[in-house]
Design a protein around this ligand. Structure first.
Ligand SMILES: [Zn+2]
Length: 286
């Protein structure tokens, strides 16, 4: 089944199983995944990006901060007054836009990711993602022409298998390069959730971007398969906030088929485009 594009594919079935919470200005749609886990969708932009708030006993973790179009901190503070640590799954603009509103920011210890956070993303760079037709219902005080991502101050550099204890809830960092060099998946041991960022979501996976590395992505898929016994379900970075863990098995098989030339592709917009069941892949033309 082909994936329906934004906005025709809305609302997406993977989100409809959850209760929603009221959002401050309707830019966000907030889903409650369990008693202490919340997903913030930005449904009015074609990125359909997700950020996740995880409440612990003495701290909260915010996995990514979205596009920065609206104030995600207000939404977080409507749910909790615990101190917040931001954990970036990687540092593309659509996952780091709200970073500047927080004081504690962690990303993987990789030069590509560190540079992105130190510099932010310029107006010139961000212009391509704020074209008419890529959004609707912007907040009234938001100016698309001025859109940029502010720099953020890194307070912790993460390593593979680092543990972050937010109080009776331990999060484990899994380095899964491929989409970007310092991409991570974050495991919530208590609930068996794996927050996959842009390493996996139901949609088109981008492995052709500056900083992407398909060889590393193949290794990361092997690695994810090896830890899958510990996981109950996936919470991806775009489109739908919940996916069965078997999607990783399917992804692994697809990658294997691509390696053995078993799947046809087309060249589209300068990349190899593979269409699969729950996801598509864009690889560089080599
Ligand atoms: Zn990304």
């Amino acid at each position: 089944m082909a994936i329906q594009k934004w906005p025709d594919g809305l609302p997406r079935s993977g989100n409809q199983i959850f209760d929603t919470l009221k959002s401050e200005d309707n830019w966000f749609e907030i889903f409650q995944i369990n008693e202490s886990t919340f997903a913030f969708l930005e449904p009015h932009h074609d990125e359909e990006v997700f950020s996740y708030l995880l409440l612990g006993g003495n701290r909260a973790a915010l996995i990514d901060t979205g596009m920065g179009v609206s104030n995600i901190r207000i939404e977080v503070e409507n749910i909790t007054h615990l101190p917040v640590i931001v954990l970036n799954t990687h540092t593309h603009f659509d996952h780091t836009g709200g970073n500047f509103r927080f004081n504690n920011i962690a990303c993987f210890d990789d030069n590509f990711e560190i540079k992105n956070l130190n510099k932010g993303h310029s107006k010139q760079f961000c212009r391509a993602f704020m074209q008419p037709g890529s959004y609707q219902n912007l907040p009234s005080d938001f100016k698309p022409d001025e859109y940029n991502i502010q720099p953020s101050k890194i307070t912790r550099k993460l390593k593979h298998l680092d543990k972050i204890d937010i109080g009776d809830r331990v999060l484990i960092v899994h380095h899964t390069p491929g989409h970007s060099p310092g991409s991570v998946c974050i495991e919530d041991k208590k609930h068996g959730l794996l927050f996959t960022g842009d390493t996996y979501y139901r949609g088109t996976l981008f492995l052709h971007l500056p900083g992407s590395n398909y060889g590393k992505f193949v290794e990361s898929c092997d690695y994810l398969l090896s830890i899958l016994d510990n996981i109950e379900a996936l919470c991806p970075g775009h489109n739908e906030c919940y996916a069965p863990k078997d999607d990783i098995v399917l992804l692994h098989k697809t990658i294997n088929d691509i390696t053995h030339d078993q799947i046809e592709f087309e060249i589209d917009s300068g990349s190899k485009f593979f269409q699969c069941d729950h996801f598509n892949l864009r690889l560089p033309v080599t």
